[in-house]
Design a protein around this ligand. Structure first.
Ligand code: SD4
Length: 341
């Protein structure tokens, strides 16, 4: 309880975004089957991780306004950072693995809990589109590696080199020492995860990433795994993650956030509890040195939040009233606090 009081005090001091404060409601901890719509939901509404979420949200918004389905709109939005070589953690131009190969993970999920994913996909610029095709054109949820590539080619996708000259240069520099130490809040670029409530109040989402830079060849992160990098239940809400995928997989992060919202927690409370859980489980873990995780979440009321372990995480928010803007996520500890402890 004192923790919660602290949290609210911090909010009052302005360390958390206004919308986050609003979503920190006084919901009881009693278990109820779904989030009850107590007020008019804000819809459509889009949230997505990091600054590269802004142009993605804008495209998704445009597509929704043009009458496209949420899934098509999410795909269109996610293709923007995927194609942008300046975004070094997604798609074309993303940091390669330690063998100099760009390998991509993505997933997409609709309000009927239908979903598609690709992991360890190489040579295809738009893994989010391949994930959508896996969902719509196969009996499966996830295709991986060469199988995912063969499927993409059979669907008409073009194979191309995704390693830009800049990424190759960075890889060569990294090879000089070959130390695996993920860089947290990498220039404010990381996985893009997106959650949407469409005009009918239905929730969908997607994730796409080139994963952790300098990972082992074949490593798959949380982002394409339904329940880890992304999860939603249209009766309740949705959640998605960014950060060190191993920690999110170990804790089934996004599924747990949604489950806590089902039990009556606000998006902020749910994200905070799971980040705390991840922290507690990793306190003495080798990953702790560079552990960063962050979640975004929305519920059926249109309440939304972002919460991360360390400072520096933010998310893009788009709605009718105010257009697109960035919200700072609340966090457990600043970098300074971390160094002191
Ligand atoms: C992953 N969550 O693959 C993703 C993105 C990432 O550091 O690597 N972030 O783990």
């Amino acid at each position: 309880m004192s923790d919660r009081r602290d949290f609210i005090k911090k909010a009052a001091l302005g360390t958390i975004g206004i919308s986050s404060v609003l979503s920190c409601n006084t919901a009881s901890t009693a278990i109820i089957p779904t989030v009850q719509p107590t007020k008019k939901a804000v819809k459509p509404l889009i949230i997505s991780t990091w600054n590269h979420g802004l142009p993605a949200n804008d495209e998704t918004w445009k597509q929704l306004k043009n009458g496209k389905s949420a899934i098509d709109a999410i795909e269109a939005g996610m293709r923007i950072p995927e194609a942008d070589p300046k975004v070094r953690s997604v798609g074309y131009g993303g940091f390669p693995d330690r063998e100099g190969k760009v390998t991509l993970d993505a997933c997409i999920m609709d309000h009927n809990s239908d979903c598609g994913a690709v992991s360890f996909l190489q040579g295809i610029k738009h893994p989010i589109s391949v994930a959508k095709n896996v969902m719509q054109n196969t009996p499966h949820v996830m295709l991986s590696g060469d199988g995912a590539l063969q499927f993409a080619l059979s669907e008409g996708f073009k194979e191309e080199n995704l390693l830009t000259a800049e990424a190759e240069e960075d890889w060569k520099k990294w090879m000089e020492e070959s130390k695996y130490k993920p860089v947290i809040n990498m220039e404010n670029h990381d996985t893009i995860s997106m959650l949407v409530i469409d005009k009918d109040g239905n929730i969908s989402g997607g994730c796409t990433t080139s994963g952790a830079a300098w990972k082992m060849h074949g490593r798959v992160g949380d982002s394409p795994i339904i329940g880890a990098g992304l999860f939603l239940d249209n009766e309740v809400g949705g959640a998605a993650s960014t950060g060190l995928g191993e920690a999110v997989i170990r804790t089934a992060g996004s599924a747990m956030v949604v489950e806590l919202m089902r039990q009556g927690k606000s998006p902020l409370e749910a994200c905070k509890e799971i980040v705390e859980r991840i922290y507690n489980k990793h306190k003495n873990h080798r990953d702790m040195e560079y552990l960063q995780v962050g979640f975004i979440a929305i519920n059926k009321n249109g309440e939304h939040a972002g919460y991360s372990l360390r400072s520096g995480f933010n998310y893009a928010l788009t709605d009718e009233a105010e257009g697109s803007r960035m919200e700072d996520a609340t966090f457990k500890m600043s970098w300074e606090e971390w160094k002191i402890n």
